[in-house]
Design a protein around this ligand. Structure first.
Ligand code: SAH
Length: 254
């Protein structure tokens, strides 16, 4: 039996036109789609195509299932949201392969880039990622909270713009509260904070606020949180709202 292939793709953070043409073609041609149920629901079902939906806590099993299907000769697309390499399935697949490298050797594997949520959120806000930034997941499902604290402290002290994925969920509303409390000790109260919720989806909501005033209870698992550096500033838009941006020129503001 000839092994098939596994394409690891991300659909972008929102509407279909934020998925790349490459990814849409791969998804269309796949014999099997594997992924978290709500992501698969965003895709049209092709005749003869099989969908293998799973819950959002079973990443290792899902990666193994995708690899097994590919080993059987199927043409598998493993679907994440955003970019598949950012807090998503690509790393999980390599973790599974590393544990049993010989088993999967015959499977052809490719990772395809996608638009990550931070890129969509930054575009809505203006250009907050115009200069150096640090990206973190606040979820402690897969890492201990003291590591989150250490990295938050280092990024704040180094004056990076910060982006937080997985800032809160129903099961862990306290993460973003603790993160903001820590940052308030290290950064001025007037630091720009943006809460970008469901960017590209019907419930999209962007809140511009400050570190002193940011309301952690407005943050849920569909939100991306951005904290500015000392250089990040806002400028008025024609419609009364504001853009935020971080100048590219070092020293332009400080
Ligand atoms: N691989 C994905 C990230 C998966 S982690 C990517 O590259 O975008 C899931 C987290 O991403 C969510 O908790 C949220 O913080 C963020 N996220 C994903 N889609 C989003 C969207 N449309 N708007 C705001 N945040 C989003």
């Amino acid at each position: 039996m000839t092994a098939g292939r596994l394409d690891i793709v991300g659909l972008g953070p929102g509407p279909a036109d934020w998925a790349t043409p490459e990814v849409l073609a791969i998804v269309e041609q796949a014999s099997d789609l594997v992924g978290y149920g709500p992501y698969l629901q965003r895709l049209p079902v092709q005749p003869m195509q099989r969908q293998h939906a799973s819950g959002n806590r079973v990443e290792l099993e899902r990666a193994r299932e995708a690899l097994d299907l590919a080993l059987e000769g199927r043409r598998v697309a493993l679907v994440s949201s955003g970019d598949p390499g950012i807090f998503a399935m690509a790393a999980t697949v390599f973790e599974v392969i590393e544990a049993d490298a010989a088993r999967w050797r015959a499977v052809e594997i490719a990772v395809h880039p996608g638009v990550s949520a931070m890129l969509a959120a930054a575009a809505r806000l203006g250009a907050p990622l115009g200069h150096d930034f640090a990206v973190m997941s606040l979820s402690d499902n897969l890492k201990p909270w003291p590591i989150v604290e250490r990295r938050l402290t280092a990024a704040a002290e180094a004056d990076f713009v910060m982006v937080f994925y997985n800032p809160a969920s129903k099961a862990r509303p306290q993460q973003i509260q603790a993160a903001l409390a820590l940052l308030r000790k290290l950064r001025p109260a007037g630091t720009v904070v943006a809460l970008a919720r469901a960017v590209g989806h019907p419930g999209e909501h962007i809140t511009l606020t400050t570190l002193g005033a940011a309301d952690a209870s407005a943050v849920d698992m569909n939100t991306l949180v951005l904290v500015g550096s000392s250089a990040t500033r806002s400028i008025p838009r024609g419609d009364g709202r504001q853009w935020i941006y971080t100048p590219r020129r070092y020293g332009a503001s400080t």
